[in-house]
Each structure stands twice: as structure tokens, then as C-alpha cells.
Design a protein around this ligand. Sequence first.
Ligand code: ADP
Ligand code: MG
Length: 314
Amino acid sequence: ATPTAVMVATGVGANLGILIKGGDALERAQKVKYVVFDKTGTLTQGKAAVTTAKVFSGMDLGDFLTLVASAEASSEHPLAKAIVDYAHHYHFFGKLPTAEDTRNQRKEANVSGWLHDVFEFSALPGKGVRCLIHGKWVMVGNRRLLTESGVTIPTEDENFVAELENRAKTGILVAYDDTLVGVLGVADPLKREAIVVIDGLKKMGIQPVIVTGDNWRTAQAVAKEVGIQDVRAEVMPAGKADVIRSFQKDGSVVAMVGDGINDSPALAAADVGMAIGAGTDIAIEAADYVLMRNSLEDVIAAVDLSRKTLARIR
Ligand code: ADP
Ligand code: MG
């Protein structure tokens, strides 16, 4: 494109809330063949809320929730925030929050005073958290976290988790002293425009893909809801960029849409990286496009803008 065409298109983009970092990115977007979407916070609203708490052992529900919240209180992960909110409500009101309560309770939960002291805390990206409480190891996270540490998951508990995941919820397992003591189910609804946008991309001849650190069952349930056939799940944070490169192997132009810190290597590896405006600063820095309105519709608008800009000068 000529410098003038680039300038005009950049201006049109800016008016739509689509920030384009340079003419190269603008040119590449017209040829996009695959759009790889992060799941959490990109296809979904990123408003995780606990919907299920199930204790497998004889532990009291309140004790279970306080244990889990204590372990998660130092984590920055959106799942951790949802869990602390949920446990906080139970602690102060003596009952589980309703969906309505959860929507209203978006402010910081007061975590002082009711949580256990935590030692040797570590956050394990793509897996969960681990720490010592009362001298025993507590683990909160996915299957991989527990099984890698040798915690066994009894078949009936596994079935309970699988059933949650088949309904698009993320199952979070909790181990205390190397025994599985319970599980939480977390829901994160799809963005309202997601289904229409995926359909629109397909009609433009572009193939949508999901990449996520979440488990296969949840990822597949979400993919089915939104109409995506190609799913890459249980991808460790460093692995998302490898997924992008695998699509680029035959010379295809690949776009990545993401919001998280763990999406930034993939945003950088993609031919066209698109960050959700509400995403983390690191993702925004790594991207070629920033979608300021946080709407997935702007993925289509960005490709359209590129196609039109380049068609005009040919
Ligand atoms: P995503 O691709 O969805 O952004 P992440 O790499 O952040 O995923 O996390 C992948 C999975 O690791 C989550 O779905 C969850 O099962 C687990 N996980 C990560 N951090 C935590 C945490 N703080 N508490 C519980 N589970 C976690
Ligand atoms: Mg995300």
C-alpha cells in the first residue's frame, strides 16, 4: 500500500477503535487464513464465577472454601479471584452466593482476618497454585498439577469433574496432604458476539481455531457452543506460540487474538497479532492491532479494512 493509503486506513481504523501499528500489519491482515483465538477472556467474557463446590472427603464446606481461598489469595489469576470471592461470601453470609450475588460482588474481597497463613507459595503457570498450610501441602489447579505430584484421582471423583467440564465449566481440583479433598466448577460465559463473528469469519474463507491452557473437555464444549472445529487444549503458556508456528509452516498467514500475559509470545509469533484492548499491557505491546472496543466484531472489521485498503490501490 502507498503511505497515503496506509495513513487513511489507520485513521479509519482509529475511528472504529482499532489501533494499527504500522503498514506491514495492515497489509498482512488481508491474507489471513487462520484466526487463532485464546479462550479465556477472548472468546469468553473473562468473568469467571464459581458455580459448584463439592467436597469429596468428610471436610466441612466452610473449612474447604477457606483452605482453597487461602491458597489462591496470593494468585493474580482470574480463576483465583473468582474462588476468593466465592469463599468470602460463604464466610461472611454463611451461605453460598447466588449467581446474582456473584455478579454484584466484583469489588475486591476482604481477605484479611479469615484466611490461613500460607508458606512456600508458588504459582505454577498453566497448572495452578501450591503452598503449605498448617504444615501440609495444598494444591489447587488442574489434573496435571495434582497427578504430577502423585495425587490419585478416584474414578467417581474424576467422573464428577468430567461432567462439569462437558458443560463447559473449568474443574478446579483441590488436594490437601496429597489427597483429593474437593473440586470447584467455574463458569465463564461466551461473549455475546462470539457465535456471529465465528460464523462471519468462516463465510470470509477464514478458519477459526481455539488455543487454551484449559482442559480438553471444557475447551471442546466451548468450541462446540461457538462453532469452532479446530481445538488445541492443555497448551502450556510457552506452547501457544508453537501452535501459531505450526499453522504458518505451509506459508499460511495466521492471526492470533488474545488478552493475557500468556498470549503475548503467540501474539508476537503471529503474522497479525490482535490484542483485546481490556487485556494485559504485555499482550497489547506484543500485538500489531489493539481492539479498543473489546468486541470480537473488530477482528472482522480489521480484516475487511485491510482487504478494502489494498483492493483500492490495485
Ligand atoms: P488460559 O489459556 O485459559 O488463559 P492458563 O494458562 O492461565 O489458561 O491456565 C490454564 C489452566 O491452569 C486453567 O484452566 C486452570 O485449570 C489452571 N490454573 C492456572 N492458574 C490457576 C490458579 N491460580 N488456580 C487454579 N487453577 C489454575
Ligand atoms: Mg485469556
